[in-house]
Design a protein around this ligand. Structure first.
Ligand code: KQY
Length: 365
């Protein structure tokens, strides 16, 4: 029987650690839905294998998969990667998976948020999402972790970042979007974050990456490298709609302090050249009512900030943009001198609406 916690993480002395703290391992889900992943999801599956392999150089990886794809996933993934049957509606475990919290004695528990596919019936990206809603509970059960069940509050893991020392980063565009918690005020949302992540301060950025279908998840635009230091997606091109968004966020970050009163060091990480959907890519996706269509020429929400921090490593997206890929790789090496930076070409994940951070979820040690 799964242990369900009666109080909140804050009341029990549990907090969400920063992603840069030590991990037990990493979770992923296997892609298969043909209204999101082109060509029967085959190119995406190869990219997910490459991401899983890259992360497994640093820590153990578990991939959850629907029964119908179990044999295929088991065969495509290397033996050292654990494959478990886990029903899901799609493969964004950052968002539907558990957020793990830890106490000072090292006990780890899971938070299971409400999940409604990024906006429910208002502007959600698919229907239904019932299997996704259970993913976090299954992860906790499989690992023998007690759960804080908070399904009345809709939140995705990609919409929060923490520094592990009392500060959370979010965007207004996402957390105040009408499809998530329309009956809660900004103050009530902030209170919930403080209670369940155990933070004292929430830094509200304004908008996320241009054209991000998640209503501007923070994990595509800004993250913590370590306490006191953030990495912000950036462009110097004043004609790019991203310019104003990044500028605005830069201003917010430079005018605030974190929970411990530190002025933040802001590292700029330049975005790639605009990445557009090709005709061939658009035609490879099944059209289904209620699912966001993939139209030729649409700009994708490409950002190098959507990387994963592993034990001793950084696994970052590459966009087939030699110059920007190289600069981003070098920038991350400078920011993380003690980690090995590994790039993986992830256009196929980007075509589905996210990137490496969105398809991974760390479990703290
Ligand atoms: O976290 C994400 N970026 C998930 C995006 C979901 C896209 C569904 N098409």
């Amino acid at each position: 029987m799964q242990k369900v916690c009666k109080l909140t993480p804050r009341q029990d002395g549990f907090r969400m650690p920063g992603e840069f703290e030590e991990h037990q391992g990493c979770w992923m889900l296997w892609p298969e839905r043909t209204d999101n992943w082109r060509l029967g999801a085959k190119p995406a599956q190869h990219t997910f294998v490459a991401v899983a392999e890259a992360i497994s150089q640093f820590e153990s990886v578990t991939v959850g998969v629907n029964e119908s794809q179990y044999d295929n996933a088991r065969q495509m993934l290397p033996e050292h990667i654990r494959v478990v049957e886990m029903s899901n509606n799609d493969s964004w475990i950052r968002d539907c998976g558990a957020t793990f919290v830890r106490n000072d004695s090292g006990e780890v528990r899971a938070v299971s948020w409400g999940f409604n596919a990024w906006g429910g019936l208002v502007d959600g990206l698919y229907f239904p999402w019932d299997k996704d809603q259970k993913v976090s509970l299954k992860m906790a059960d499989m690992e023998g972790k007690a759960v804080y069940q908070f399904h009345q509050f809709v939140l995705e893991g990609g919409s929060i970042h923490v520094d592990g020392e009392g500060t959370a980063l979010v965007t207004e565009e996402c957390l105040l979007s009408p499809g998530r918690n329309p009956d809660l005020t900004k103050e009530q949302i902030e209170e919930n974050l403080k209670e369940y992540l155990n933070v004292e301060k929430v830094i509200w950025l304004n908008r996320g990456i241009y054209n991000d279908e998640t209503n501007g998840h923070v994990d595509n635009i800004c993250c913590f490298a370590r306490p006191g230091e953030v990495i912000l997606a950036w462009t110097d091109d004043q004609n790019d709609p991203q310019y104003e968004i990044s500028e605005e966020n830069y201003r917010i970050l430079s005018e605030t302090t974190d929970a411990r009163g530190r002025q933040l060091v802001i590292h700029k990480l330049h975005i790639p050249r605009p990445v557009l959907i090709t005709k061939e890519e658009s035609e490879g996706v099944d059209a289904v009512e209620g699912t966001l269509p993939r139209q030729e020429g649409d700009r994708l929400a490409a950002s190098y900030v959507n990387f994963y921090i592993a034990n001793g490593g950084i696994v970052m997206p590459l966009f087939d943009d030699e110059e920007h890929d190289r600069v981003a790789h070098e920038t991350l090496e400078q920011i993380f001198p003690d980690r090995r930076v590994v790039g993986v070409p992830t256009r196929e994940v980007l075509l589905g609406g996210g990137n490496i951070h969105c398809i991974t979820q760390q479990q703290p040690r």
